[in-house]
Design a protein around this ligand. Sequence first.
Ligand code: ATP
Ligand code: MG
Ligand code: MG
Length: 414
Amino acid sequence: MSSEGNTVIGLLGGGQLGRMLCEAANPLGIDIAILDEQNAPAKQAHNTNRHVLGSFKDPERIKELAARSDYLSVEIEHVDTEVLEEIEKNGVQVDTKDGVVTHRPPIHPSWKTIRLIQDKYLQKEHFKSSGKGIPIAEQIAIESGDGALDSLKEAGEKFGFPFMLKARKGSYDGRGNYKIDSEDDFEPAIKALGTLPLYAEKWAPFVKELAVMVIRTEDNDGNLRACVAYPAVETIHEDSICTKVFMPPREVSEEICEKARKLASEVISTLWGRGVFAVEMFLLDDDSLMINEVAPRPHNSGHYTIEAVPYMSQYQAQLHAVLDLPVPEKLIPRVQSSIMLNILGGAKPESHHNLSALARGHFDEDMDVYLHLYNKVSKPGRKIGHITLTGFCSIEELEAKAKPFIEMVDEIRE
Ligand code: ATP
Ligand code: MG
Ligand code: MG
């Protein structure tokens, strides 16, 4: 408990997701203690004397955070799970006026979930063997070192070309991925990624990428209560980085959207702990779905919920789930359509300024415009903000109205 009596969630990581979590926590009187560097985007958005300075990978700092928190959660999955496991089992020692006591803050989602998801290969093996009929792309582990070349040849024979070579751990925004078009790519791929544990994935010839955010709740004994899905969205990736999100997906039937939500809930039901999760999937041309990967936290594809599902955004949902507060049985948006556009840093630090100005000056009965800047230093391709557009019209009509914004976002990337 904080000195004001507010519940304290200790958060590993303080980037834009943590910042938006703080923005949701502030009016609810929830205190968030952030473990990250000085002035990280989340620390700027929430004033408390509980922030911890350091890396969310540093076991000692994680224990320090645990000692001053009622609960622990993450805004990034690339954290040290060994220490989280230790905290759950043995707690941390805290000095109080009554002497040293053992303090054991609940961790949500569970370190087991975070550890599994960190390894994208094991994550999907888990889904495959869950017995729930969760479809994933065929995959094989790739040997490291001298065995890599033979193992890549085996992948080529098994999957044909192209196929995707991926780092099992630590990747984001497609940074650990290498598309293998032919045997000629083996050597450069090994050069680029060869020092990391790798796996190969059959190419997914998708027509669209969809994503569904899911709130997972369970009781304090780990019994699943519910998996509640937000609407399905269409995600657009350019150069492997998410640039746009459309709700509802364009030219996708309601039936498929419903199927995506059901599948996402099944996937998340196989994990452990409370919180919001993102399920990224591929829609194939026979209308079937395939799971790409899961994120155990609020996600870029769920930013739109801040304005489109304002009574329970993905950030408020994360707070409610972690603290075991009530969660709605259904998540119905309050608008008909929504588009989220990521603002990625351009060639110059000021490349996005015209876009921000456009967003600030746009008032229109038919389309509401919401600008979010994360106060991060702009670097080419870095996520520095986003714009959410909402409307009471079809997604196609909203897209037409959003044209000046979409064009400007695309220009910044050129
Ligand atoms: P994130 O930032 O979402 O964590 P990541 O670095 O973990 O990304 P992936 O989600 O594995 O990377 O892949 C990034 C993108 O690459 C996907 O959204 C998709 O566009 C493309 N992609 C990934 N795997 C495949 C595949 N097997 N076949 C075709 N395209 C793929
Ligand atoms: Mg990923
Ligand atoms: Mg991904």
